[in-house]
Write a protein that binds this ligand. Structure first.
Ligand code: C5P
Length: 222
């Protein structure tokens, strides 16, 4: 069974306040993109990788792949306006015969082989999608402006990360329609009636959004 990875790296990352896109912010002396790309490239589960790069950063993405001597990068496509559009554009490069697609955020550098294995395994048990999740530490409330409308039961809630694994056909159907409002791929598969399983995530899969996150992830790298 062939497994391709889509690495979503086309975000602007404005909160990092840098002159370059987030995927090219420095982490441990190299671009953030290098960390997750290297880990995907080294994974025994992954056959090939498509990168969704920010406009004009396709070539630099390929250069990053060359610098880390990655051997599985098939192409770097221009990403879209939203994350889901970037995934759709990258998915167009995945051959029809590929059975499984793993979608990962370049903004979550510390991808482990264990979590890749955890999200791939249930796809052979009848699930269309699998997401890693961690429990919520904070109480979550629904608000309307500055007014609390409802306090949600934390027991029923999890925070969902990437990598997310999908049967390729289910993911292709899911991204075919209007994807502008979706913040992850699994929600699109769910909307199509797809069965999505939750497995144990990893606190180290923190998504880098600001410079404090970069510093924290860098400390974990050391
Ligand atoms: O913006 P956010 O941090 O939620 O983005 C999550 C991931 O999706 C990041 O790795 C980012 O590069 C990617 N992304 C993308 N295309 C966009 C927006 C975000 O590939 N248009």
């Amino acid at each position: 069974m062939s497994v391709w990875a889509v690495l979503a790296a086309a975000g602007r990352g404005e909160r990092l306040g840098s002159d370059r896109p987030k995927a090219f912010a420095r982490l441990g002396g190299r671009p953030l993109l290098a960390e997750s790309l290297e880990r995907l490239d080294n994974s025994g589960w992954i056959d090939a990788i498509v990168i969704a790069a920010p406009p004009d950063w396709e070539e630099p993405s390929i250069l990053v792949a060359e610098e880390i001597a990655a051997t599985k990068v098939s192409s770097a496509v221009t990403g879209g306006e939203s994350r889901s559009e970037s995934v759709r554009l990258a998915l167009d490069e995945v051959p029809d015969e590929v059975a499984v697609v793993l979608v990962h955020d370049a903004a979550r550098p510390l991808l482990s082989e264990d979590v890749i294995e955890r999200v791939l395994a249930p796809l052979s048990e009848g699930w269309e999608g699998v997401v890693p999740a961690v429990p919520l530490a904070d109480t979550v409330k629904r608000v309307d402006g500055d007014r609390v409308v409802e306090t949600l039961s934390r027991d029923d809630l999890v925070a969902v990360q990437t990598p997310q694994a999908f049967l390729a056909d289910a993911l292709r159907r899911a991204v075919a329609g209007d994807v502008s409002a979706a913040t992850d791929c699994a929600s699109l598969v769910e909307a199509q009636g797809g069965r999505v399983k939750v497995v144990e995530g990893d606190p180290r899969l923190l998504k880098v959004t600001d410079t404090d996150d970069l510093a924290l992830v860098e400390s974990w790298l050391a």
